[in-house]
Design a protein. Structure first.
Lengths: 321, 291, 276
């Protein structure tokens, strides 16, 4: 199958008016990316880095200032309506459901909008309802749904017409741990069984880790990293943190090989050690700690995505690819 | 368990395979019909609310008629017309406005849609944007408003001395249809302008609701600048006043010869031209990041 | 508007309300595009009113219900200028706050809820008055607006306008607090909006109404919001008439403010009983 998304030198500038002065802001700067069918791509960057602008150009909502973009082999602005049949989009902040109607009714309308034949509509709705566990709130007006329920409903709505590409803008923001996990499992399954291409923007490293095999990092509109997640952690030099709860008060563990002591609490009963994800493994650090004191409990904290991105940014654009 | 139709992969991307063929209008209109039917059902679901909506909408139209009636309480003729003749002007113009308001009135909420991101969602659906906007809602409560227009028009047709024939019937129909089209176009024009104006609803209301107010006046009282604006630029005189002159065979004032009463369709074309241009510019502005 | 600023001295109380008034004024000044839009709308409607009402005066032989062309002109442009400042639509921030429950927070503040709400709204109205009335009066003056015969009309007119604005805000507040007992106040608000404009004399002066309608109008507070200030400032009445209209405004305001106070307290009790 052909490439799903291809951009060449994609650029978008905005003119911002500040009082009487005008300033030109480059939201997306010379972005060149290819995404093949079946890929799962995390698109990450700070707020205002240009993620939403890119998505809007991919779907024909915004016209690029320069460069070219093709989505599913089509030009987004000229072929918007044909692209709409092949792409599903979930915007975290804007709902595609009808707020005052029962959820079931929204699905019915969307099926009519995409001209789905009756048997296909029924079978797909039934399957999505089952897999996303929506049966209990199918007759509830959308405005009364919880955030987690609504997000599941939004994703089902975006998948009803069996798009080849699904774009998710912050799909897990604000969700509790359990809802996040279920949503991720669903998306993994969706991709595995239907080959749906995933493009998601997120602030949540867990999303990227569990869903994506490729990461794009964008900074001030420029692509600063394109590769897998391990490479990203390597490239950034971001540290993981081992937090341990010890059986007895212990002096600060400052001399664990490959790790750096961060903090101690309650006379050394709790300690936090940072280690370079590349140089050491959590097991090595844990083993070293366990030789020094009895460990009652421990957790490994993954590098915060903001931190990773900040580090990538700090290294500047020479890290380009 | 999910029941899968035999011999069919329900998730195979259908693309455009199951799209209705070109000539099948019924199937092509189905998406719009389903949305509208659903909107109508949800509005009438809460009977008490809907009843109150109907009452307030009826009251609004009655008050507008009362504004004219009060003037004729003070004088017998205004701009050369008596009250019973004014009933015709009001009936034609207000009925046309009500029907356009019923179907296109929500277009002036576009600024809310822009803020809530509803328009971006329209972009993600495979229908033309303007058609989606127009058919995304319908305000059934405005049927109550239309009933006042029907009443006024019926009374006007009954009490006035009209030479009935094929041509007078045709004139009433042509006037109503082009009147609805003109007001509908005003709503679309205003929607296009909303792309440029933040909080601009009041400015565009000057055109839509100001247009309605102008349409229910005897255009003969207007000064020249007002005649230029509401007679021709935004040709409101073509909705009620000019067809009434023609229907009653009355002489027209300066700039408004009686035969213009037949020119509603031309006026409607003109307003639709402006409306589509405004919409096109608006969408282009939005797409280039100004929205 | 009794019991302002519970627990403050009079100076501190005055300062609090002065700040609220300024906050409202500033908030309104942020909407420049809306103001320009409002001006365009007011002017368009004004010119249409000129057309039809001048024709009425001429058809009646130069005077109708005590209005000649100059006075009709004054009526049109003063009323158009007041439109932006008056709340004739019955909408209020209070209605939203009652509906979404955030009014509970207001009750925790050491301020009288009704007085604070009205003060902010009046602040907004004053900005709208300044930005909208001056251009309208300029148009009126250019066309040939009648001036009042007595100089007393100016101070009395200014007072009357302020009373009309406060009255309109206080009445809209009543629609809002009705939400303590009603699930949906939108129906009331729309009926209020439809009736208030007509009965306040927005399209036709109340004096032109047939007698039964005039009596009906005067049985409501609406003419006191717009028609009376216009009468006082537009030279349509003598000094005694001006004082009579001012007295009527004060009486309406006292009644409506008292009713608002009673409803606010009852609403608060209602919330406490219902547990929010």
């Amino acid at each position: 199958m052909s490439t799903i998304i291809e951009t060449v030198g994609l650029t978008r500038r905005f003119t911002v008016r500040e009082g009487l002065r005008r300033r030109v802001l480059t939201a997306v700067d010379e972005l060149s990316v290819r995404i093949e069918p079946g890929e799962a791509v995390g698109y990450i960057g700070a707020n205002g880095a240009g993620k939403s602008t890119t998505i809007k150009m991919l779907t024909g909502i915004l016209v690029p200032t320069s460069g070219t973009v093709t989505t599913c082999g089509l030009r987004p602005v000229a072929d918007r309506r044909r692209i709409a049949r092949q792409v599903g989009v979930v915007f975290g902040q804007r709902s595609q459901l009808w707020w005052d109607l029962p959820l079931r009714e929204s699905f019915r309308i969307l099926a009519a909008i995409h001209a789905l034949p009756g048997d296909v509509e029924r079978a797909r709705t039934a399957e999505l309802v089952e897999r996303l566990d929506m049966a209990e709130f199918l007759t509830v007006p959308v405005r009364q749904l919880s955030l987690g329920q609504r997000m599941r409903a939004e994703i089902a709505a975006a998948l009803l017409h069996a798009p080849r590409l699904i774009i998710l803008d912050e799909p897990t923001i604000g969700l509790d741990v359990l809802s996040k996990q279920r949503l991720r499992e669903f998306l993994v399954e969706q991709r595995r069984s239907h080959g749906t291409t995933l493009l998601l923007t997120t602030h949540d490293m867990g999303d990227v880790e569990r869903l994506c095999d490729r990461v794009l990092v964008i900074d001030h509109g420029r692509l600063v990293y394109d590769g897998d997640l391990a490479g990203l952690a390597r490239a950034s030099g971001a540290e993981r943190v081992l937090a341990v709860v010890l059986a007895e008060p212990t002096p600060d563990l400052t001399d664990i090989p490959g790790a750096r002591h961060l903090a101690s609490e309650i006379r050394g009963l709790r300690q936090r050690l940072a280690f370079d994800a590349q140089a050491s493994t959590a097991a090595q650090v844990f083993a070293a700690v366990a030789q020094r004191a009895e460990v009652l409990d421990f957790t490994v904290e993954e590098p915060d995505i903001e931190d990773v991105v900040r580090r990538i940014y700090a290294r500047g654009p020479q890290y380009h690819l | 368990m999910v029941e899968v139709p035999a011999g069919k992969d329900i998730w195979r991307w259908g693309g455009e395979a199951h799209l209705p063929v070109r000539g099948d209008l019924r199937a092509r209109l189905r998406p719009y019909r389903v949305v509208l039917a659903s909107r109508a059902r949800s509005q009438t679901a809460y009977r008490a609310n809907f009843a109150l909506d109907l009452v307030s909408s009826l009251l609004a139209a009655v008050v507008e008629l009362a504004e004219i009636w009060v003037l004729f309480h003070a004088v017998t003729r205004l701009g050369g017309l008596e009250f019973q003749q004014m009933l015709l002007v009001f009936g034609l113009a207000d009925l046309a406005f009500s029907l356009a308001d019923l179907t296109f009135g929500h277009c002036d909420e576009l600024s809310d849609y822009l803020r809530a991101g509803t328009l971006d969602v329209f972009y993600l659906r495979p229908q033309p944007l303007l058609l989606q906007l127009v058919t995304c809602d319908i305000s059934l409560r405005r049927l109550a408003r239309a009933s006042v227009g029907v009443g006024a028009l019926g009374a006007g047709l009954a009490v006035n001395d009209i030479a009935w024939g094929a041509s007078s019937v045709a004139l009433v129909v042509v006037a109503l249809v082009s009147g609805v089209a003109m007001f509908a176009a005003l709503f679309v024009w205003a929607a296009g302008a909303q792309f440029f104006l933040i909080d601009g609803a009041e400015m565009t209301n000057a055109v839509t609701y100001g247009g309605r107010y102008a349409a229910t006046q005897p255009a003969s009282v207007w000064s020249r600048p007002v005649r230029a604006v509401f007679g021709f630029a935004v040709p409101m005189a073509f909705t009620g006043f000019l067809p009434t002159l023609r229907l009653l065979g009355l002489p027209g004032p300066a700039w408004f010869p009686t035969w213009l009463g037949w020119c509603g369709p031309l006026a409607a074309l003109w307003v639709w031209g402006m409306a589509l241009l405004s919409w096109r510019w608006g969408v282009r502005h939005y797409r280039s990041g100004g929205g | 508007m009794a019991e302002p600023g519970v627990g403050f001295g009079p100076r501190a109380t005055a300062r609090v309300y002065w700040r609220l008034l300024r906050a409202g004024f500033r908030r309104q000044s942020a909407y420049r595009a809306a103001m320009l839009g409002g001006l365009a709308a007011n002017t368009a409607f004004g010119l249409l009113k000129v057309a039809v009402l001048f024709a009425t005066v001429r058809a009646a032989g130069g005077e109708v219900a005590g209005y000649d062309v100059g006075q009709m002109n004054a009526y049109i442009w003063i009323s158009q200028g007041l439109l932006g400042a008056l709340n004739l639509n019955g909408r209020s921030e209070m209605a939203t706050r009652v509906k979404d429950g955030s009014v509970v927070v207001d009750f925790l503040r050491p301020l009288d809820v009704q007085a604070a709400e009205i003060t902010i709204e009046v602040g907004r109205a004053l900005f709208a008055l300044i930005s909208r009335a001056i251009p309208m009066l300029a148009i009126g003056a250019a066309i040939g607006m009648a001036l009042p015969a007595s100089a007393a009309a100016f101070p009395l007119g200014a007072l009357s306008i302020v009373l009309g604005i406060v009255l309109s805000v206080a009445s809209a507040y009543l629609v809002g607090v009705a939400g303590f007992w009603l699930v949906e106040t939108r129906g009331i608000q729309i009926c209020y909006m439809v009736m208030s404009g007509f009965l306040a004399g927005m399209f036709v002066p109340v004096a032109l109404f047939p007698p039964f309608l005039r009596i009906l109008a005067q049985a409501t507070p609406f003419p006191a919001m717009m028609m009376y200030p216009v009468d006082v400032l537009g030279g349509h009445t003598d000094v005694a008439g001006m004082c009579g209209r001012l007295a009527a405004q004060v009486a309406w305001l006292a009644g409506i403010a008292a009713l608002g106070q009673v409803l606010t307290r009852a609403g608060r009790r209602h919330l406490e009983v219902q547990g929010g």
